[in-house]
Design a protein around this ligand. Sequence first.
Ligand code: AKG
Ligand code: MN
Length: 220
Amino acid sequence: MAELGQFWSDPVEIIDGMRLLPGFADSQSLFTEIQALCLQSPLRHMQTMRGYTMSVAMTNCGDLGWVSDKQGYRYSAIDPESGVPWPAMPMALSSLAHDAAQLSGFDNFKPDACLINRYVPGAQMGAHQDRNERDRTQPIVSVSLGIPARFFVMNESVQAGIRDSVQASKKSIPVDLSDGDVVVFGGAARMCSHGVRKLKSGYHPLWGEARWNLTFRCAG
Ligand SMILES: O=C(O)CCC(=O)C(=O)O
Ligand SMILES: [Mn+2]
């Protein structure tokens, strides 16, 4: 795990409440943890309420896991595929999230949920707000691993003027994320709409032709 103050370039303020910590996460040590988690609770493509299959493959660790099916989006203590609790959140992951939050002005961040997303080329995540978490005073901490991706965010003033998704995609703020980058969003940015553009092909020596994302939340 990166020690406080050791990431290779300075934090970048994307919008009020959203901060990028370039290269803050140690991709190599996370690789082993994530492989082990995915053996315990395999990645799956969840369905939306409308029956659409998500292009991003997902699993979770922690006390709660984010799930989607015909009943909608929610958190569950049980993995619906296996019928048993999600794997515990490894200390290496929770302390990374805690340290990133602290550096961004959020003390005592103790996530109880970590959504693990895997994107292959062509996968994307449409604009959405993270709104299933009970405590919105807590930030979201999002870690990027593997091949680069274009994340986008809309700040509140932009969102206020948006009436359709075509307009929304024109007015979003692009944020290019690489292996090890961490984004923390809380406070004024906590409820910002955000998403990930269709992943372009690429190859990463450790993660192969994929981009992974860990999203830490205080859900319960
Ligand atoms: O993959 C990302 O960078 C964002 C993921 C995300 O927004 C989510 O899982 O809610
Ligand atoms: Mn999100």
